[in-house]
Design a protein around this ligand. Structure first.
Ligand code: MTE
Length: 322
């Protein structure tokens, strides 16, 4: 029997009004003038001045919302989702927002290499302006059993793949975060195999849900949430959603993500959300909403099964939910 119910991630539109920010022409002109003054400064002071300039893509936000992706819970307030983060480059606790302000997001380049027609490196602002930006409301489920629902802005990862022009033999995309211990002192510590790495199959990367994030709450994405470019994969545990990406490498070999390298028994390549497959050290049956602090039952594929379940047909022998 087919039972039609409201899907797991649907939220009333009324609960999801994005915050609008407005950068006036005056602010941008002022920023450019201060950069000119800054050019007489030492390199460290100059890079600080560049970091203090308004985001050069701020005029693109808020992006028009794609109404197809709706939720059924409360949208997480900005103060929660931007002050409770996982960003190991800035510490292993959740309160990295202050420390993450040391992340300099301009100049920033993104490299496309490996099995591509032609290797290329693009400035982040050129990449963002070349893409059709939209806003999507997505749920996010961390492997640690907490969750949130936020308005991301960005563009379909399929567009990024199209832009990269991978060769027909490419089977996976391997993604890499920046490596700069001067900007992220935690990268001086040997515990982690820096830089942070994640990977997807080409079918996953081009699935309509896979989304490149450049904005959050109607403005450029916060540093602690992965500025200036991260991915979000709402049907997978959050550790797959790699932040502050500098490189996309197309390959025919399955990449090993940072967490799989660290602890393969607990974290694998697929990492799809499933309430019935528990983490070796805790249950995945429910999750705590970081906005309301309420617990709710976890749903397979985080409620996005209708979009992604087909990707895993014939792969039942794999550890799809670790
Ligand atoms: N990307 C990088 N580069 N470094 C990280 O530590 N943490 C991951 C993921 N991407 C992480 C990362 C984990 S475990 C989660 S749950 C999400 O980012 C958290 O995203 P948020 O802070 O925006 O909620």
């Amino acid at each position: 029997m087919l039972i039609i119910r409201r899907r797991g991630w649907e939220i009333p539109e009324s609960q999801a009004t994005p915050e609008h920010v407005f950068f006036s022409r005056r602010t941008l002109i002022g920023g450019a003038a201060s950069l000119a003054v800054a050019s007489a400064l030492p390199a460290s002071a100059l890079s600080q001045r560049i970091a203090d300039l308004p985001d050069p893509t701020a005029d693109l936000y808020p992006a028009k919302r794609n109404e197809k992706y709706v939720l059924d819970g409360t949208l997480t307030p900005e103060k929660n989702s931007t002050n409770y983060n996982n960003f190991y480059e800035y510490g292993t606790d959740k309160y990295v927002a202050g420390r993450a302000q040391a992340l300099r997001t301009r100049p920033w380049t993104v490299k496309f290499d490996g099995m591509v027609e032609k290797e290329k490196t693009v400035a982040i602002d050129d990449l963002i302006r070349a893409m059709p930006l939209e806003e999507r409301l997505y749920r996010h489920r961390c492997v640690e059993a907490w969750s949130m629902a936020v308005p991301w802005s960005g563009f379909a990862m399929a567009k990024l793949v199209e832009y990269a022009k991978p060769l027909a033999g490419a089977k996976y995309v391997r993604m890499e975060t920046f490596l700069d211990p001067a900007m992220a002192p935690e990268q001086n510590k040997p515990f982690f195999p820096w830089p942070y790495i994640e990977g997807l199959t080409m079918a996953e990367a081009t699935n309509e849900l896979a989304f490149m994030v450049t904005g959050l709450y109607g403005k450029p994405v916060h540093k602690q949430n992965g500025a200036p470019l991260r991915v979000v994969l709402p049907w997978k545990y959050g550790f797959k959603s790699i932040k502050s990406i500098v490189r996309f490498e197309f390959t025919d070999k399955r990449p090993k993500g940072t967490w799989e390298v660290l602890q393969a028994r607990e974290y694998g390549f697929w990492a799809n959300v499933n309430p019935e497959v528990h983490h070796p050290r805790w249950s995945q049956a429910s999750e705590e909403d970081i906005g309301t602090r309420e617990r709710r039952p976890t749903v397979i594929f985080n409620g996005y099964g209708p979009y992604v379940a087909d990707l895993y047909k014939g792969l039942e022998g794999e550890k799809l939910f670790v």
